[in-house]
Ligand binder design. Structure first.
Ligand code: DMJ
Length: 457
C-alpha cells in the first residue's frame, strides 16, 4: 500500500511534470530545438572552461570542481567525455581547445587505482571516439596506454576482471564484481581498440570475460548480480535488468554487432528469452521488469532503477520492436508523472524509493535508439520532454546539476557527471538536428554514448 510520505512525494513530483506528452500537439521546430541544445552545450563548456578546466567535473552550483575517477589524480574526465559530442555539434574551437589540453596534460602513469569499468567506458571510450572524430593519433595512443595498464585486471582464474587496478604497478584488488562491470563496460571499447591497433589481446580478453560470465547462468538462463571473479561463485541471488547487471546485456548484443561472433549473439538471445520469460511483469498494465531469484524465477519486487530505462532501446536494437514499445510506455508514463525521473520508484503504487536524480540519460538513450529504427516523431517528443524538464530543473549558475530530490525545486546536488557531456547532450542533438556528421543508418554508440562507428568525417 502507498504510504503518506511516498504519496506526498509522488504528488509533488507530479506537479513538476509540466509538459506531458499528450499536451504536445502540432508541428514542432526541431531545428530550433537542436540549436538550443547546442547553445546549452557551448554555454556549459564555457563555464567548465572558466571554473574547472582540466578537472574531472565541474560543481555547477558553486563554480568549483572535483576529481574522482582515479583517487588523488585528475584526468580531465569531462573534456574526454565531451570530445565527440563537441565534434558532432560543430563546436570545433571548443574541441580543439579540449584536444590541446589532452595532448599537453593527460598521462596515465598515475599511481592510483582505476576502476576498470568506469575507466574503460569513460576514458578509453571517450579517447577512441575522440580519435575517430578528429583523426588525432595521440588520442588513440592514450587509449592504448590506459587499456594496456588495465590488462592485468583480466589475469584471474575465470578470465573475468578484478574491479580495480593500479595504473603504475598493475596490482589488482576487489574480486567481488558485477555483470555490468565484467562484460558490460569493456567489450565494445576493447574490441574497437583491437581493430584500430591490430592488437587482438584487448578484444579477446573482453569477449572471453563476457562468455565466462554467461557460462555461470542458472538453469533457467538468468544471472545473479554479484560474483567472485577468482572462484566464479555467485554471492547473491538477484536477477535484474537494472544495476549492477544492466549494460552486460547491452554489450552482449553490441559485441555481436561489432565482431560478428555468433557466440555473443546466441548468448544475448538466451539471456533475453530468460528475461522475457521470468522478469517481464504486466501486473500494473504496463510491461516492467521485476527483480527475481535467479534460480527459481520467484519475484522479489518490482522496484525500478532509473538506469533500467535503457532497456526498451536495447530490446529494439535486438529485434523486438513490440516488446520495446510496450516496455517504453511505462517509462513515458513515469516521465509524465514525475517530470524528472527519481533514481528508483515502484510502479505498483508509483512510490519513490530513491528521490534524487544524478542527471541521468537512460530514458532519452532509449528514445534515441527507438527513433534510429523507425523515425517515429513520437520518440523525438519523448526526448524533447526530457530535455525541457532537465533545462527547467537542472540549469544552474555554471552549468547543469543533478538533483537530491526530484520533488523539490532547487534541490541541486552541485554535481555534473562526466556522462552528461557524452550522453544526453549528444542524444538530444542527434535526435533533433539531422546532423550531417553522423551516419543515421550505420552507427554504433557505446553504453557511455561514445560513437565508435558512424562519424562522417
Ligand atoms: C553511464 O555512465 C553509463 O550509461 C553506464 O552504462 C551506466 N549509467 C551511467 C549514466 O547513468
Amino acid at each position: 500500500m502507498i504510504d503518506r510520505r511516498h504519496f506526498l512525494a509522488s504528488a509533488a513530483a507530479a506537479t513538476l511534470a509540466t509538459e506531458p506528452l499528450l499536451a504536445q500537439a502540432g508541428p514542432l521546430d526541431w531545428n530550433a530545438l537542436a540549436q538550443d541544445v547546442r547553445a546549452e552545450m557551448a554555454w556549459a563548456w564555457a563555464e567548465y572552461r572558466k571554473k574547472a578546466w582540466g578537472q574531472d567535473e565541474i560543481r555547477p552550483v558553486s563554480g568549483t570542481s572535483k576529481s574522482f575517477l582515479i583517487p588523488g589524480q585528475t584526468v580531465g574526465l569531462s573534456i574526454v567525455e565531451a570530445l565527440d559530442t563537441l565534434w558532432l555539434m560543430g563546436l570545433d574551437v571548443e574541441l580543439e581547445d579540449g584536444v590541446r589540453w589532452i595532448k599537453g596534460s593527460l598521462r596515465f602513469d598515475l599511481d592510483g587505482d582505476a576502476q576498470v569499468f568506469e575507466a574503460t567506458i569513460r576514458l578509453v571510450g571517450g579517447l577512441l571516439s575522440g580519435h575517430l572524430a578528429t583523426g588525432e593519433a595521440m588520442l588513440l595512443e592514450l587509449a592504448h596506454d590506459l587499456a594496456s595498464r588495465m590488462m592485468p585486471a583480466f589475469d584471474t582464474p575465470t578470465g573475468m576482471p578484478m574491479r580495480y587496478v593500479n595504473l603504475c604497478t598493475g596490482k589488482t584488488r576487489d574480486p567481488l564484481s558485477f555483470p555490468a562491470e565484467i562484460g558490460g563496460g569493456l567489450a565494445p571499447e576493447l574490441v574497437t581498440l583491437s581493430r584500430l591497433t591490430g592488437e587482438k589481446r584487448f578484444g579477446e580478453a573482453a569477449v572471453n570475460a563476457m562468455l565466462s560470465l554467461y557460462g555461470k547462468r542458472s538453469k533457467i538462463g538468468l544471472l545473479a548480480d554479484t560474483i567472485d571473479v577468482t572462484t566464479g561463485a555467485w554471492t547473491t541471488r538477484v536477477a535484474t535488468i537494472g544495476p549492477p547487471t544492466d549494460s552486460y546485456f547491452e554489450y552482449l548484443w553490441d559485441s555481436w554487432v561489432l565482431t560478428g561472433d555468433t557466440r555473443l549473439r546466441d548468448a544475448y538471445r538466451t539471456c533475453t528469452a530468460a528475461i522475457l520469460a521470468h522478469l517481464a511483469d504486466r501486473t500494473t498494465g504496463d510491461m516492467w521488469f521485476a527483480n527475481v531469484d535467479f534460480e527459481t524465477g520467484k519475484k522479489l519486487d518490482l522496484v525500478q532503477s532509473e538506469l533500467s530505462a535503457f532497456y526498451p532501446g536495447l530490446l529494439r536494437e535486438g529485434g523486438k520492436p513490440g516488446e520495446a514499445r510496450a516496455a517504453m510506455r511505462g517509462w513515458e508514463e513515469a516521465q509524465d508523472r514525475f517530470g524528472v525521473l527519481p533514481e528508483a520508484f515502484d510502479p505498483t503504487d508509483w512510490s519513490i524509493r530513491s528521490k534524487g536524480n544524478a542527471l541521468r540519460p537512460e530514458l532519452v538513450d532509449s528514445a534515441f535508439a527507438l527513433w534510429l529504427h523507425d523515425q517515429d516523431e513520437h520518440w523525438r517528443r519523448v526526448a524533447r520532454t526530457h530535455f525541457l524538464n532537465m533545462k527547467r530543473t537542472s540549469k544552474v549558475a555554471h552549468g547543469y546539476s543533478g538533483l537530491t530530490d526530484v520533488s523539490v525545486p532547487g534541490a541541486w546536488n552541485d554535481a555534473c557527471p562526466g556522462y552528461w557531456w557524452s550522453e544526453q547532450m549528444k542524444y538530444y542533438w542527434l535526435i533533433f538536428s539531422d546532423c550531417p556528421r553522423f551516419d543515421y543508418r550505420d552507427n554504433y554508440l557505446s553504453t557511455e554514448g561514445n560513437v565508435l562507428k558512424g562519424l562522417k568525417r
